[in-house]
Write a protein of this length. Structure first.
Length: 54
């Protein structure tokens, strides 16, 4: 099943959303976006706790 995570779900005024069946790819995209756009770091565990299964 695919996983999805969106910045808006975390309270950010940001349209970023990613959906993937590859968990490691999703984690990589989210970590890169968080660092580059929001100047914050997210651990893989934080991301796993925030994504939705779709």
């Amino acid at each position: 099943m695919a996983k999805e995570i969106a910045c808006r779900d975390a309270g950010y005024d940001c349209d970023f959303m990613v959906r993937s069946e590859d968990e490691s790819q999703l984690i990589k995209f989210v970590q890169e976006h968080a660092q580059e756009t929001h100047d914050t770091q997210m651990s893989a565990d934080d991301i796993r706790g925030a994504w939705k299964t779709v």
